[in-house]
Design a binder for this molecule. Structure first.
Ligand SMILES: NC(=O)c1ccc[n+]([C@@H]2O[C@H](COP(=O)([O-])OP(=O)(O)OC[C@H]3O[C@@H](n4cnc5c(N)ncnc54)[C@H](O)[C@@H]3O)[C@@H](O)[C@H]2O)c1
Ligand SMILES: [Zn+2]
Length: 673
């Protein structure tokens, strides 16, 4: 890229970040999520690292963000409230540990591991044990004095407890709002036509920076403390842990999950654990904070202008990164669906290199206004296909190219069609090689027939050479034919034939999934084969028979019926059978899941149910191995009582037959599947 362009891009990115900083810190109205903001910041840091000649002192990377808001008196912190340097990779954390040991000339360091609470930093000043000031971090040096608001927070003592009261102390901690309180607050705001807060961190900040303390008092804020400056005191703790214990004695809430560890590997283990468990907490955390325990050693290490050297934020993996769109291609799926796909400048998202991201369909493409050459944020969550979250349109130069969906299939050049009400353009050619390729890829994939060695490249080769036209052709392949293919030796040809042979007796659920019926994923295929004992039964089943199955709705059942009404599909199944493909069904007792609650029991209904017709409810009981009778008798195990029950209810009570309300019944139905 040209140098000039790079400089311009860096400057544009800085301007965007400055705007976000202003909206976040001053207006308290961010327009992007923290994840998105962090992605922009990381991109800027990367560019400045690669082109240090363009690094300027006014770059947002070079300062502790945040500017005091008008309306609150300034408060000068005794010691600046710094930011934390941060890392996501394990190796960077090990490197942090190594660096400290080197600087301290030691070969082991002790750390306190704390949760990184996602709220806002606060500094509290106590003189002779009395709360005199509470201030936000502000720009780190000067914060906003929000004392009247602070005084409304119940977890903040107005007077310190115990008999070891320091003359003057400043205490730092994180003010936060729990997830439930946040949801309640947002519901109320929506009901009152007020804009909801973006996240709990924002809600906490917004609540604390109210000009009227009575407003703050209505918000459920809490404080965890994590540090202190003893300004005048007879005590001088020598470890951070001791200090935290002391803060507890003074009447503060210290987070219960703090841990003292003596090796960096323990820290990494704790991080792994919290990455999985963070959802269970009642408040949001975005990582851990690792702090050197020895206070004298901390003084020796000191701080940079931005952050202390003795601590690091160990953040959780990001799910969003910024990158550029090199091209937009169109992918043809196995049912002919055309999906626009962004080809990306490769980017590492949470440890995985992402080169392509889906743009879903034409409407999405237009809604997000994605163009070739655009800078975009790309998101990736777990195993989900990466997607373009949004375009950073401020970053445009004018040379971006608007993309048009093609009017013919990019694979076979047949016309494409978009049905009214459908989001997707489709290639209408049933002989489209791209569709065939995708059908076979799907057939061979791990969750389907799991044919080892039959990867996408080989499938393309088989189709292009004409050896394979349809799924059934796979089972007609001969070693001699395969050996002639490029990069295929006798050994791999033999292995492939063997792998194809082994797929003949896969479980029925895999076979059903492999057929590629729209809306029938692995899970639905499993439900179907649990319910029906053979493929023939599924093929012959009526809509009603599908609909009584839990987990099968009208869309799925319609799709199955359609699929088996198409003669090509039935023909394929017949051919496969003739070629020796005989999917196996698990034993009957497994195929019908044991329905513990209903199994073998007798049920009677009375009154009207609000969520089911009587017939539906009865079918649900029967499908779970229960029996339904029409009259009361000592055989009845439960009476299910709807609205306006009849005399059966009195009779059941007399006979000591337990009653179930509709919601109890629903609960059993759900837990029983
Ligand atoms: N969405 C937006 O537009 C936007 C704009 C600007 C900033 N931001 C967000 O603001 C954050 C940057 O803020 P930052 O500079 O405070 O950095 P930071 O959040 O990465 O780390 C420092 C902060 O961690 C907090 N913290 C929580 N638990 C702690 C503990 N146990 N010990 C010590 N500190 C603890 C403190 O408040 C401290 O100030 C980023 O997460 C960014 O996403 C968002
Ligand atoms: Zn086509």
């Amino acid at each position: 890229m040209e140098r000039d362009t790079i400089r311009q891009e860096i400057e544009k990115l800085r301007e965007i970040i400055r705007q976000h900083d202003y909206r976040y810190y001053v207006l308290n109205q961010p327009t992007v999520t923290d994840d998105e903001y962090d992605a922009l910041m990381r991109k800027l840091q990367e560019l400045e690292k690669n082109y240090p000649e363009y690094l300027t002192a006014d770059s947002p990377t070079q300062r502790v963000a945040g500017k005091p808001q008008d309306g609150f008196p300034p408060f000068l912190h005794f010691q600046p409230l710094l930011s934390l340097s941060n890392a996501v990779e394990e190796d960077d954390i090990r490197e942090f540990d190594q660096r400290l040991q080197r600087l301290l000339n030691q070969n082991q360091a002790e750390y306190v591991v704390e949760l990184k609470i996602d709220g806002l930093a606060i500094n509290l000043r106590y003189e002779e044990g009395i709360l005199t000031h509470g201030a936000t971090r502000g720009d780190g040096t000067v914060g906003e004095d929000v004392t009247p608001n602070i005084r409304t927070i119940k977890t903040i003592p107005l007077r310190l407890l115990g008999d070891k009261i320091p003359q003057v102390i400043e205490i730092q901690g994180e003010i936060f709002m729990g997830k439930n309180a946040f949801n309640r607050l947002n519901q109320e705001r929506i009901a009152k036509n007020e804009p909801p807060f973006a996240n709990p961190r924002n809600a906490a900040a917004g609540s604390l920076r109210q000009l009227d303390p009575r407003m703050t008092a209505t918000r459920e804020l809490h404080l965890f403390v994590y540090g202190a400056t003893l300004i005048e005191s007879n005590l001088s703790p020598i470890t951070h842990w001791e200090l935290l214990m002391y803060l507890k004695e003074l009447g503060f809430m210290v987070n219960p999950y703090i841990q003292l560890v003596s090796s960096i590997e323990e820290v990494i283990d704790i991080h792994r654990k919290w990455e999985k468990k963070r959802k269970q907490l009642e408040y949001e955390i975005d990582g851990l904070v690792i702090k050197l325990n020895s206070l004298p050693d901390r003084s020796r290490l000191g701080s940079t202008s931005k952050s202390p050297r003795w601590a690091i934020a160990y953040k959780f993996e990001a799910t969003t990164e910024m990158t550029r769109i090199l091209n937009i291609e169109v992918n043809v799926g196995r049912t002919g669906t055309l999906t626009p796909v962004a080809v990306l400048e490769p980017v590492n998202i949470g440890g995985v290199t992402v080169k392509r991201a889906t743009l879903h369909n034409e409407d999405e493409l237009k809604r997000k206004d994605v163009r070739i050459g655009d800078w975009v944020l790309v998101g990736r969550a777990g195993d989900v296909i990466p997607e373009v979250v949004r375009v950073i349109s401020e970053q445009r130069t004018g040379s971006e190219i608007i993309f048009q969906m093609p009017s013919t299939c990019p694979a076979c050049h047949a016309p494409v069609k978009r049905e009214i009400g459908e989001a997707a353009w489709k290639c209408v050619n049933i002989n489209c090689p791209a569709q065939r390729k995708e059908k076979i890829n799907h057939w061979a994939s791990r969750d389907a027939m799991d044919i080892e060695g039959l990867g996408e490249k080989l499938v393309s080769q088989l189709i292009e050479t004409g050896l394979v036209q349809s799924i059934s052709d796979l089972y007609r392949l001969k070693i001699e034919e395969l050996i002639d293919l490029e990069r295929m030796g006798p050994k791999s040809a033999e292995n492939l034939i063997k792998a194809i042979g082994q797929s003949k007796t896969r479980e029925l659920a895999r076979f059903v999934y492999a057929l590629g019926i729209p809306f029938v994923g692995s899970h639905v295929a499993q439900i179907l084969t649990n319910h029906f004992s053979s493929l023939d039964q599924i093929i012959k089943a009526s809509e009603e028979q599908f609909l009584i199955i839990d987990g099968i709705g009208p869309t799925v059942s319609q799709s199955i019926l359609n699929f088996f009404s198409i003669s090509e599909n039935l023909h394929l199944i017949k051919e496969l059978k003739a070629l020796g493909v005989h999917p196996t069904q698990k034993k009957k007792e497994k195929s019908v899941k044991p329905q513990e609650f209903f199994q073998g029991k007798t049920f009677l209904f009375t009154g009207t149910l609000s969520h089911f017709s009587r017939k539906e409810a009865e079918d649900l009981v029967v499908s779970r191995g229960g029996k339904v009778v029409k009259a009361i008798s000592s055989q009845v195990n439960y009476l299910i009582v709807g609205e306006q029950p009849g005399s059966k209810r009195e009779q059941a009570i007399k006979k000591n037959i337990p009653l179930l309300t509709e919601s109890e019944f629903e609960e059993k139905i759900q837990s029983d599947f």
